[in-house]
Design a protein around this ligand. Structure first.
Ligand code: NIG
Ligand code: FE
Length: 414
């Protein structure tokens, strides 16, 4: 969209070796459609007023108006801007100390049970104040954009009191993110049990959270919240107008998939412990399974059964889970590499999972995640003529330039 009375910006990216984007218009993509990519070689992309106006072979490029800014795509390829549909990017401090303890043998769940883990980030986030929190989020966001993320979701869940939960949601909104309310992330130390905390969440936090967030999420897990508690939070959230998400089957199968299906949630995320029954149930449903292989890798946990999910017909998305404890990783290209090397997904499937399907989880598949005319001009230029280097280059400097709304948001350092 052109911004208030400014001259419309027209950007032409020319002489791209390839433009690759998920085919068709429907979302979410499943089964064989997940690997169906439209490929244009020796191509251009024309952006107007923040939207894609045209994509095609250079041979079809007609005469251009004088006001078009040109970008040389020689030696590069283009894919849609990446959509990170599951992050906890709004946090203060870090957990490098805990990371070192885990490297020496402590487990994530043990640290959490001792009041560390999520609760140590809660202490840092409560103390930060609005300004420092916004600065921390903006730093994390600068890393994400450099890695090719043009649309991001981020959750609260490091406040666990009314003021800090709402401050997190506000910071995420102000930074241009899609805010998800994760008040039910852990039980804070002021509460002796999860039930009274759930009551507080519904009575005191939800009314404000519903004004700021697009969705509500609950961590369904032993030591966190059980299915009944999750149902209470999520049903009340739905009544308040929010979409629903769940953290489920990370360490144990505690009923998150059936609950997500029962409530018509947009997604159930993690699924490292999901068995055959869960795979089948998800495949017969409209709920998207959001897979977070960087988190499984970071915690040394089993990878989710991605191949089985896709082959059974489930809709999947990929995300980073960027957070200070279980996935200090902002890079969707790295997640695509993990998808190809650990989850047995083709690069085409990985691409669809972190573009169109992730956009669907965020309710934005009509304008994000594809490169067709009318879609937002969010584009990643990959630093190789073959776009599959996005997944192939493990941890490499593979993102050359990032375009957001038709403007350059980040470009390769010299
Ligand atoms: O998705 N598992 C719950 N929440 C996050 C981790 C948050 C943290 O460790 O700070 C996750 O992995
Ligand atoms: Fe998470």
């Amino acid at each position: 969209m052109s911004q208030g009375g400014e001259t419309p910006v027209r950007l032409l990216i020319r002489d791209l070796s390839q433009v690759a984007a998920p085919a068709g218009r429907s979302a979410p993509l499943r089964g064989k459609a997940l690997r169906s990519v439209d490929l244009v070689e020796n191509a251009f992309i024309l952006c107007e007023d923040g939207r894609v106006a045209d994509v095609g072979p250079m041979a079809r490029l007609g005469p251009l108006a004088d006001d078009v800014v040109e970008l040389d795509g020689h030696g590069l390829s283009a894919v849609p801007g990446l959509v990170d549909c599951h992050t906890h990017a709004c946090f203060a401090g870090d957990r490098v100390e805990e990371f070192s303890l885990r490297a020496a043998g402590a487990t994530y769940e043990e640290l959490h049970a001792k009041g560390g883990g999520i609760l140590s980030t809660v202490r840092a986030t409560r103390e930060a104040g609005d300004e420092n929190l916004a600065a921390a989020l903006s730093l994390h966001l600068s890393w994400m954009i450099r890695a090719g993320t043009t649309t991001f979701e981020a959750k609260s869940g490091y406040g666990l009191d009314r003021e800090t939960e709402l401050a997190q949601l506000r910071a995420i909104r102000n930074a241009g993110g899609v805010p998800t309310w994760l008040g039910a992330h852990a039980v804070p130390p002021e509460y002796t049990g999860a039930d009274s905390y759930v009551e507080f969440l519904i009575e005191d936090v939800l009314p404000g959270a519903a004004q700021l967030a697009e969705a509500a999420d609950v961590f369904v897990e032993r030591g966190a919240f059980d299915v009944d508690q999750a149902r209470r939070v999520l049903s009340a959230s739905r009544k308040a107008g929010l979409e629903l998400r769940l953290h489920g089957d990370q360490f144990t199968e505690a009923g998150a998939i059936p609950l997500a299906i029962e409530l018509g949630a947009r997604s159930v995320d993690h699924l490292e412990s999901t068995g055959r029954g869960g795979i089948e149930a998800l495949s017969d449903s409209a709920v998207v399974g959001v897979l977070l292989p960087a988190s499984a890798l970071f915690l040394g946990r089993p990878m989710p059964q991605a191949r089985e999910l896709v082959d059974a017909g489930a809709a999947i998305a990929l995300a980073t889970d960027f957070n200070p404890g279980s996935a200090f990783c902002e890079s969707l290209p790295l997640v695509c590499s993990l998808a190809a090397t650990q989850l047995r997904l083709a690069p085409e499937e990985a691409l669809a999972a972190c573009t169109v399907n992730a956009a669907h989880v965020l309710g934005r598949a009509d304008r994000k995640g594809r490169l067709a005319s009318g879609f937002d001009a969010d584009i990643v230029l990959v630093a190789d003529p073959d776009w599959r280097h996005l997944a192939y280059h493990l941890g490499g400097d593979v993102v050359h330039t990032v375009i957001q709304g038709g403007r350059i948001a980040s470009t390769a350092r010299a």
